[in-house]
Design a binder for this molecule. Structure first.
Ligand SMILES: [Zn+2]
Length: 359
C-alpha cells in the first residue's frame, strides 16, 4: 500500500468516526453533492467512492466544492472548544517524547484541568494521558523502522528506561520491539547476488548496512529466503547507484574466502530478538580461525543453561560470514549443523585454520 492510499484510508476512518481531532487537518469533499465538510461533520455520511480528501478548505473550493452549511468547514481551525482540543492533540503528537503536565495542556485548551480532562475524553475518546501513550507508540513504531538499535528507538520515542516500560510496549506492539524490527516492517532492502569461491551469494542491505548474506543455489530461491526472513520489508533489486558499493563488498568477500582478509569489516544491520542479537554479537568477537562450542557461547553471554537456544540462534543467523556462526561447533568437536551446508562449514573452518597458521 503506498503512502497516500494509506493516508486516505486513515482519513476515511476518521470521517466514519466523525473524529473531531482531525478537524483542521484535512477536509473531505463529496462529489455527488458538491459540498465539502470537516471530518467531524454530523451530516449523513457519504459513500466512500464519492469522497475526495483535501489538505485545506481552499483546495476543496478550488475543486469547485461549496462549504457545508452544517459543519462550516471553513472555520475548522477556528477557536471552538473542539478546535482547541484538536490543537492540543497536535501539540501532544509533536511533543510525545516530553513530559506533558495536564495543567499545561489544559491551559492550551483554555479550560480548567478538571474540565479539560473530561472534555478531552468526550471529544477524543481517550484521556490526554492515553492519547500521549498512543502517540509515543506510534512514534516508536516509526523509529523502530529507522533506528540503529531498539534502545535508541525506545529513547527516541520518549520512553524512559526500565523493563516495565519495555513490557508495556510489548503488549501494545503485539511483539517485542526487537521482534518488530526483526520482521523488517516497512524497511527498504536492496539485494544483489554474485559468485564467490563457495558458491552463489545474495546480499541484502538497508540504508544502514547488510541485513542478509546467504549462500544458495539460485537467485530465485535466495530471494524467497530473503522475503521469508523479512516478511514486512520491501525488497527491490539493488539500484545502479549502489553497484560500486556492492562490487566492493563482493571483492572483500572474495578476499576473505581466499584467506587474505581475516576481518571483513562491512556495515551490518542485524535484526533479531534480544537473545539472537546477544548471541550474534558474541559470535562476531570469535577470532578468525578459532572455534567455540555452543556451551562456551552460552557461558560467555552469561546464559550457561541456554545451550539449545544458542544453537538455534546460530541456525537462524541471517548474515553468513559477517556473523561467523560457522565458528561454533559441538563440544565433542563434531561440526554440528550449518544453515548453508556442512560441506561449506568444513571448508570455512579448514581454510581459516590454514590461513591463520600462515599469518
Ligand atoms: Zn458538513
Amino acid at each position: 500500500m503506498n503512502q497516500s492510499t494509506n493516508q486516505d484510508e486513515q482519513r476515511w476512518q476518521a470521517v466514519q468516526a466523525r473524529d473531531a481531532t482531525q478537524d483542521g487537518r484535512f477536509w473531505y469533499g463529496v462529489r455527488s453533492t458538491g459540498v465539502y465538510c470537516k471530518p467531524s461533520c454530523a451530516s449523513r455520511q457519504p459513500l466512500r467512492r464519492n469522497v475526495r480528501f483535501y489538505d485545506s478548505a481552499e483546495a476543496a473550493e478550488r475543486d469547485g466544492l461549496r462549504p457545508c452549511k452544517r459543519c462550516k468547514p471553513r472555520d475548522a481551525a477556528g477557536d471552538g472548544e473542539a478546535a482547541r482540543i484538536a490543537a492540543v492533540c497536535r501539540h501532544i503528537e509533536t511533543h510525545a517524547g516530553e513530559k506533558l503536565p495536564l495543567a499545561e495542556l489544559a491551559r492550551r485548551a483554555a479550560l480548567s484541568p478538571f474540565h479539560f480532562q473530561r472534555r478531552f475524553k468526550a471529544i477524543v475518546g481517550l484521556s490526554p494521558k492515553e492519547y500521549a501513550q498512543a502517540c509515543r507508540l506510534k512514534t516508536l513504531r516509526r523509529e523502530l523502522r529507522a533506528a540503529a538499535s531498539v534502545s535508541d528507538a525506545i529513547y527516541g520515542a520518549g520512553y524512559g528506561s526500565g523493563s516495565r516500560v519495555y513490557e508495556n510496549i510489548d503488549s501494545r506492539l503485539g511483539m517485542t520491539p526487537a521482534e518488530y524490527r526483526a520482521g523488517g516492517e516497512g524497511v527498504a532492502i536492496s539485494y544483489a547476488s554474485g559468485r564467490t569461491p563457495l558458491g552463489l551469494v545474495m546480499i541484502g542491505a538497508t540504508d544502514r548496512g547488510i541485513c542478509f548474506l546467504q549462500f544458495g543455489d539460485d537467485e530465485a530461491a535466495l530471494l524467497d529466503t530473503l522475503r521469508a526472513e523479512y516478511p514486512a520489508a520491501r525488497p527491490s533489486a539493488m539500484p545502479p547507484a549502489q553497484q560500486a558499493t556492492f562490487d566492493e563488498w563482493m571483492r572483500r568477500l572474495g578476499e576473505h574466502l581466499e584467506g587474505r582478509r581475516p576481518n571483513l569489516d562491512l556495515p551490518l544491520d542485524t535484526r533479531g530478538t534480544a537473545f539472537q542479537l546477544e548471541v550474534w554479537k558474541y559470535l562476531q568477537t570469535i577470532p578468525y580461525g578459532e572455534l567455540r562450542s555452543y556451551t562456551e557461547v552460552a557461558a560467555a553471554i552469561g546464559r550457561p543453561a541456554a545451550v539449545r537456544a544458542v544453537a538455534r540462534a546460530c541456525a537462524t543467523n541471517t548474515i553468513a560470514l559477517l556473523i561467523p556462526c560457522h565458528r561454533v561447533i559441538r563440544g565433542d568437536g563434531s561440526l554440528s549443523g550449518y544453515r548453508w551446508g556442512l560441506a561449506r562449514k568444513r571448508v570455512l573452518i579448514d581454510r581459516e585454520r590454514a590461513h591463520r597458521g600462515a599469518q
